[in-house]
Design a protein around this ligand. Structure first.
Ligand code: R5P
Length: 292
């Protein structure tokens, strides 16, 4: 029997592309709110003994989690063989330690919630910084896909003489890989985050790269403060206006406009989170991973 793909709201286009690519059916489901705000889920497709795939990117995850949980549990109650969650962007991965007394390691709690109702997970470039692998916190099989080759290809096709720049040590894993594939040099800066929107970045001597086009690459752009700080330092150092690339453009309120106005020549993201900056398409690498 063919697998069947369900989309949570906002993920319909990706779900359709995945279903087509892996020769699966597209599932029908009604997800809405009752008048009191509680979540209603009704599956309209036959799922008995079928492999089910749920597509739900997890930017701004709190409001998505309950519909996702209810859908997964409902599919199982209707006899689905298994539920695989496709979350191109996986939330809460940055809360991976106690930064201040009294906090919890919420990446672990979130992982435990997801592992409690999905049978497997496929995601793109999760923020694995203080963790070596997804299995450190997720108890279900997880497949991690990387966007680095697509980003390198985009840079090769769109940027003349690029200098890849990672805004902090955490970004080195992405930047070094992207730089290698793009055949470009890279540097990694030092970042200190004092608060949600208070970021300090130090730029080393970039004198010898004056002819290059700086290309900032980071996994997540959220408040965009990391990128904005870096763009301004590069401007101060007399560099060309940089291109800013994020794998996941989460963009909190006003962040995208602020980044564009900061002096970036272009802001580009992968379509792991739907946004007008999407310029790098991950649908095919995702479908290939699901097929495997
Ligand atoms: C840091 O841990 C991440 O790799 C990104 O650098 C960070 O999430 C960017 O956040 P923001 O856009 O809020 O500065």
């Amino acid at each position: 029997m063919k697998p069947i793909v369900f989309a949570l709201s906002g993920n319909e286009a990706l779900a359709k592309n995945i279903a087509k690519a892996i020769n699966a059916d597209l599932g029908k489901v009604v997800i809405r709110n009752f008048p009191d705000g509680e979540t209603y889920v009704r599956v309209l497709s036959e799922v008995r003994k079928r492999k089910t795939i749920i597509v739900c990117t997890l930017a701004y995850p709190d409001e998505k989690l309950l519909p996702l949980y209810f859908l997964s549990k409902t599919l199982k109650s209707l006899g689905a063989d298994c539920t695989c969650l496709i979350a191109p962007y996986l939330a809460y991965m940055r809360q991976d330690k106690v930064f201040n007394q009294g906090e919890g390691v919420t990446s672990e709690y979130f992982a435990s919630l997801i592992s409690g109702f999905a049978d497997s997970l496929i995601t793109i470039d999760p923020h694995l910084h203080r963790r070596n692998s997804m299995s450190d916190i997720y108890s279900i099989p997880c497949t991690v896909i990387h966007a680095s080759e697509l980003i390198s290809k985009w840079i090769k096709e769109n940027v003349i003489l690029p200098l890849l720049i990672g805004p902090d040590s955490e970004s080195e894993q992405w930047v070094s890989e992207v730089a290698k594939n793009a055949g470009a040099p890279f540097i990694v800066l030092e970042k200190i985050r004092h608060g949600d929107k208070d970021v300090e970045v130090s730029v080393p001597n970039v004198e010898k790269y004056k002819e290059h086009t700086p290309v900032l690459v980071d996994d997540i752009i959220s408040t965009a403060r990391t990128m904005i700080e870096t763009v301004q330092h590069l401007k101060g150092a007399g560099m060309k206006p940089p291109v800013c690339i994020g794998v996941h453009g989460v963009f909190s309120d006003g962040a995208f406009v602020d980044l564009k106005n900061s002096g970036a020549s272009r802001v580009v993201t992968c379509n792991t989170v739907l946004h007008e900056s999407n310029g790098i398409d991950i649908d095919t690498i995702l479908s290939n991973a699901i097929s495997k």
